[in-house]
Each structure stands twice: as C-alpha cells, then as structure tokens.
Design a protein around this ligand. Structure first.
Ligand code: SAM
Length: 213
C-alpha cells in the first residue's frame, strides 16, 4: 500500500496491474479481489484521476462529504467506501435510480434528487461543517455551483472540483475557460492547487480550494 494514499484507499493488483481500490460492493463491473477491494477506474472517475495524478487531497478517512453531480454513483460509491457521511446530489432522475441501488449497500451514502444550483432545497438534510465538497457537475456555471455550496464546508474544509471546459463554452480555448472559472471561484475560495486531468479526461481541470473567511 502506498503511504501517500488516505486511509481506505489502497493500490492493489488486478490482472497483474496495480490500481487504486476501495473496499465495498462492486458498482460498475470493476474487478474485485478476494479481500473485497474493488478497482477504482481513473478513466471513469475524475476524483480517481486526481488520486492517480497524486494530488494532495488530504482525505482523512472519516470525512463528511457533499458530492455534487453523483450521476449513477461510479465515483461517489468509492467515496462512500472510505469516507464518513456522504451526501450525493444529482438532478437527473434516471441515474438517481441507479444511485439508490448503490446506496443500498452503503448506509453512509445519502442520495438526493436535487439541483446543485439550489442548495437551499437540501440544506435541511445536509449537515453543515463538512470536510469536503466534491464537485463534478457537467453544467454551465460550475463556479456558481461551488460558491453556492460553500455554506456546507467547515472553515478548514476543502472544495475538490473537476471543471469541464466544454460545459462552460464548447468553442473557447479551455485554458481561457479555466482562467475565468478560477477568477469566479476566488470570490469565495482560496485556490490551493490545480491540475489538468487530460491524461484521463480531456479538457478537465482539477481544482482544490479552501473557503475564504
Ligand atoms: N461524478 C460522476 C462520477 O464520476 O461518477 C459523473 C458525473 S457526470 C460527468 C455529471 C453529472 O452532473 C450528470 O449526471 C448530470 O446530470 C449532473 N448535473 C449537472 N448539473 C447538475 C445540477 N445542477 N445539479 C445536480 N446534478 C447536476
């Protein structure tokens, strides 16, 4: 196991290749070993890609997480395997149905069929003072979503966002899009790290940030 990885995430061998893994019920056809560890496919998960690229995300193992853009649960299932209470917001009904099945095997995973642009609609369910907001919403206005959900973070909490350039503007140069999104994010966050995810996900930027007082 790599010492750089947070508790609950390991590097394990699957078919002769070392891969990230968490321990839990398989969700998307990923291989599982005899000790219950299942491979985390970085090609299907921006958060997985961030960990493969060794971004220091600082997960402690029992963190409270608000995950925005959960889809059918590919990535958030891994998060719930290693984190504490994990609130998963998704506004499309169809993937949310699959997400409900994923949550069946994970008592700490709470799916919410909600619009991440309207956090007041789930503020009565999601506890405040969380350690992480993880965001992967393929929608225009990704900075706005992050700013509106800052309210759930503890003062020393972190935003971990995957910003998709094409969701903001299909024609503009991704670098210009990222620069604009980062400027917008600075209204409420101090950016601590950024990394292009192109090795795994074209035209995506990882952003790690802390809420500003
Ligand atoms: N994070 C997922 C994973 O790794 O398994 C993939 C997420 S997919 C790239 C983006 C998701 O964001 C879609 O399922 C989409 O329906 C959802 N989404 C987009 N805008 C949203 C919004 N305003 N509120 C909630 N979900 C939203």
């Amino acid at each position: 196991m790599s010492t750089d990885l947070p508790p609950g995430i390991q590097r394990r061998r699957f078919d002769g290749r070392e891969r990230l893994a968490t321990r839990g019920e398989p969700v998307y056809g990923e291989p599982q070993d005899e000790e219950g560890w299942r491979a985390w496919d970085a090609g299907r998960s921006k958060l997985g890609a961030m960990l493969e690229l060794e971004l220091n995300l600082g997960f402690a193992g029992d963190d409270g997480v608000l995950y925005l853009g959960a889809a059918s649960g590919t990535t958030v299932s891994h998060v719930a395997d290693f984190a504490g209470p994990t609130y998963a917001v998704e506004f499309a009904p169809r993937p949310t149905r699959d997400l409900l099945a994923v949550a069946d095997a994970r008592p700490n995973l709470f799916p919410l069929l909600k619009d991440a642009r309207a956090p007041e609609t789930y503020a009565h369910v999601v506890e405040a003072g969380l350690e992480y907001v993880v965001q992967d919403v393929a929608t225009r206005g990704q900075a706005t979503v992050a700013l509106r959900n800052r309210r759930f973070l503890a003062p020393d909490g972190r935003l971990v966002a995957a910003i998709k350039a094409r969701s903001e503007d299909v024609l503009e140069d991704p670098d210009d899009v990222f620069s604009d999104v980062l400027d917008d994010l600075r209204e409420g966050y101090a950016i601590t790290d950024t990394r292009r995810l192109d090795r795994f996900h074209d035209d995506h930027l990882a952003v790690v940030a802390e809420p500003r007082a």
